[in-house]
Design a protein around this ligand. Sequence first.
Ligand code: PLP
Length: 319
Amino acid sequence: MLRHNSILSRILTMPIEETKHIWMDGKFVKWEEARVPVLTHALHYGTAVFEGIRAYPALDDLLVFRLRDHVARLLESAKMYYLDHAYTSTDLQDAILELLRVNKIRTSAYIRPLIFVGYGGIGLNFTGFPIRAAIAAFPYGKYFEKPELKVCISNWRRISDESMPPQTKASGNYLNSVLAKLDALKSGYDDAILLDHRGSVSEGTGENIFVGKNGRFATPPISSSILAGITRDTVLRLAQEFEIEVVEREVSRMELYTADEVFFTGTAAEVTAIVEVDRRKVGNGQIGKITRKIRDAYSELVNGLNDRHLDWVTKVYEG
Ligand SMILES: Cc1ncc(COP(=O)(O)O)c(C=O)c1O
């Protein structure tokens, strides 16, 4: 019973520290007044696309990491699902920065823009229904409670392009991640890795994955049904600069069990070491040397301490 409770409490964590305002359809509204009708299409059919963006307090300011790239992916996801809205990339970037200022956020924060099909009737065909947008931003710390994760390989397969595009950050896609994540937590793991429809390693429930052996790393390619992560792209660039070999190629399940180092990347997860897969230790069961190096370099980068990549951070207050 105790064990069950402690597992459950882990599942129930992550309360949100609410802020004053939410941006909704072009206006700032009070947090508690940002509501939608029960018959909102997205609520029934998952017809929404979203982003997860982080901001870090640094350089006497608040820095949003790769804002333009996140908004670009949001617009691509919206296009994929015919969510015809009127917002440009600049509109959404400005709205995000203004929202952070309106809420006077100066601590580590998470930003969640969402474009969704509103209420216009019932049924799948949403032609003529309102396409709505909302952005929430709130203080946010670590996604994982631990710096080193014990994960399992889920027996749910990652959705494939044959059924719905895994490269869109569409709300409906996340039912796949939710199944894998909750099953993993209920079995006592910290998270899950999903295989693709062919049985190759795909990614985590909300993270991409890197696998290293003898100092050389591999990460599954787009064709392994991954979301093309912005953190993944950042880590690929960092690795190149450190002259660490990383190849984008199919990764087998066996490679996870015999790797020296494995880590997740994601906006929420940042760079997080995996030290156990299906109860088998990764390397010596502790964070690997290269993982630590990349994790620390990523942390410097998002905190505006890497001069080569200042174009990836946007100042909220001075900018
Ligand atoms: C399914 C999935 N894969 C990978 C990632 C990592 O992507 P990013 O680094 O852009 O946050 C995320 C998080 O957004 C995700 O939800």
